[in-house]
Design a protein around this ligand. Structure first.
Ligand code: SF4
Length: 214
């Protein structure tokens, strides 16, 4: 087998990951699309666990976009003081609430989502997936950034470059699920140190694994 996997049928080889992780809850404990939107903005450069914790009280106080749009900055700081870079994130949330106004207006297209402050392609891909909208890209978070080049499906690079390569190699019907599946693989198996190759269901096509066995 070619170690660099030029010939690999990635769609066929990675589908078992989708089967394994489809339906698994997203690590952010959101209950509706409003909560998800707030949480993805807050989770940038912070941990999902921290955001799950701090937003319990926050969502009691601000249960929807309408309530958020009426909040003042000092109040928001009070609830979000344990979130990293909370100053910028609070300003973005205020701008989003002012633009969107009500939960029902939360966009379901990539173009409209990335036009919102604090929402990049990664967050937009999560929102599209979780809201059941048509996928327009592939989620690339820090786990996918590590796993995809290890597998050999992409080269090393930033999220934009890796998403583009994944979109070129995988059919559109996989876009909505494969990002999260690769992310779960990275969280559970393909850890930054001591990846658990022997437990990995895609080890037979993995460039990193084949190289390190050689
Ligand atoms: S075989 Fe190892 S390096 Fe490759 S994806 Fe699986 S855990 Fe990661």
């Amino acid at each position: 087998m070619d170690l660099f996997n030029e010939e690999t049928d990635w769609a066929k080889e990675l589908r078992p990951l989708i089967t394994k992780y489809k339906g698994k809850d997203h690590p952010l404990n959101y209950k509706n699309i409003y909560q998800l939107m707030v949480m993805v903005v807050l989770a940038a450069q912070d941990s999902d666990a921290n955001i799950n914790k701090v937003t319990v009280e926050f969502f009691r106080k601000f249960p929807d976009m309408k309530a958020l749009s009426k909040a003042n900055t000092a109040e928001l700081h009070e609830y979000l003081d344990k979130v990293r870079f909370n100053g910028n994130k609070i300003a973005w949330l205020q701008e989003i609430a002012e633009t969107v106004k009500e939960d029902k207006n939360i966009p379901r297209t990539m173009k409209e989502l990335v036009a919102l402050k604090g929402v990049g392609r990664k967050s937009a891909n999560v929102i599209l997936r979780e809201s059941g909208a048509e996928a327009e890209g592939i989620l690339v978070d820090l786990h996918v950034l590590r796993v995809a080049p290890r597998l050999g499906i992409t080269t090393d690079g930033d999220a934009t470059k890796i998403e583009k390569q994944l979109m070129q190699k995988l059919p559109k019907d996989m876009w909505g699920e494969i990002g999260m599946a690769l992310s779960f693989l990275g969280r559970e198996t393909c850890r930054p140190t001591n990846p658990k190759h022997s437990e990995c269901i895609v080890s037979h096509v993995c460039e990193y694994c084949l190289k390190h066995k050689a």
